[in-house]
Design a protein around this ligand. Structure first.
Ligand code: PGA
Length: 251
């Protein structure tokens, strides 16, 4: 695990965007794992800004988002699908047929299998997501945020390191951390997430951490203790992970 500590959120976002854009430039058919949440917003802003000034072609790239809430339609403004449209997809020339986000309603599977219980349809959705990643040749480069409790994607403490895409129950802590995005209701209790094992299969990984609210988690990650109780610690087992953190997140 390589560590880069940069001055602030802007510097972290610039560095992450540079890695993203280099990957697309060097390998136009790159398969990217993409995060949502507050942390990567600056990275996406930077990518979009660079695309409007310098020509970057995303046409042959494939993207797989890390996670999505169960129960939200892709059109729901609180869905990660809407987040991606707003912050990246609407601004770059990615091919819509190569953008993948788990469907938290498993709509296509339920249409094909009338009467199937939602729970079963969601399991099939997760299996299909893993198959799509495999068909794309696996993930080349995956970006991650860091949860205060050490989660990566929606893999909460206790997630098996060999886990693959599946439905998970969100902790109270994670739901509280994301409550600001749900001013008119409760944060969903379940989500579909790539597993820790799915993430570890990515050839390269970049984890981003910013701000004083992440200090404890960053410190724990630095301690190099590897435990399923702190999912991000699985990244110590990966041979090509960069952690980019800003000074505010380092105690
Ligand atoms: P945040 O979330 O970027 O909104 O802080 C990080 C995460 O939970 O992965």
């Amino acid at each position: 695990m390589r560590w880069e500590t940069v001055e602030d959120y802007d510097a972290m976002s610039r560095r992450a965007a540079a890695i993203f854009l280099d990957a697309v430039r060097n390998t136009p058919s790159v398969a990217l794992g993409l995060p949502t949440g507050g942390t990567p917003l600056g990275m996406y802003r930077r990518i979009v800004a660079e695309c409007s000034t310098t020509h970057h072609c995303f046409r042959d790239a494939t993207t797989f988002n890390l996670d999505e809430y169960v129960g939200l339609a892709p059109s729901d403004p609180r869905s990660y699908c809407a987040y991606m449209r707003e912050n990246l997809f609407a601004h770059v020339d990615l091919d819509p047929s190569r953008m993948h986000i788990p469907d938290g309603l498993a709509t296509r599977i339920r249409e094909r299998n009338p009467g199937i219980p939602l729970e079963h349809a969601l399991d099939l959705e997760c299996a299909a997501y893993e198959e799509s990643i495999a068909r794309a040749g696996g993930l080349d480069l995956t970006f991650l945020g860091l949860g205060r409790n050490g989660h990566i994607a929606f893999n909460e403490p206790g997630s098996p390191f060999e886990s693959r895409t599946r439905v998970v129950t969100l902790t109270r802590e994670t739901r509280d951390a994301n409550a600001c995005y749900f001013p008119e209701g409760e944060v969903p209790s379940h989500a579909i997430t790539m597993g820790v094992g799915t993430i570890l299969s990515s050839r390269s990984i970049v984890l981003l951490a910013s701000g004083s609210s992440k200090r404890e988690a960053v410190e724990r990650l630095r301690s190099a203790e590897v435990t399923e109780e702190f999912p991000a610690s699985a990244l110590h087992l990966h041979s090509d992970t960069i952690v980019i953190c800003d000074e505010q997140s380092v105690a």
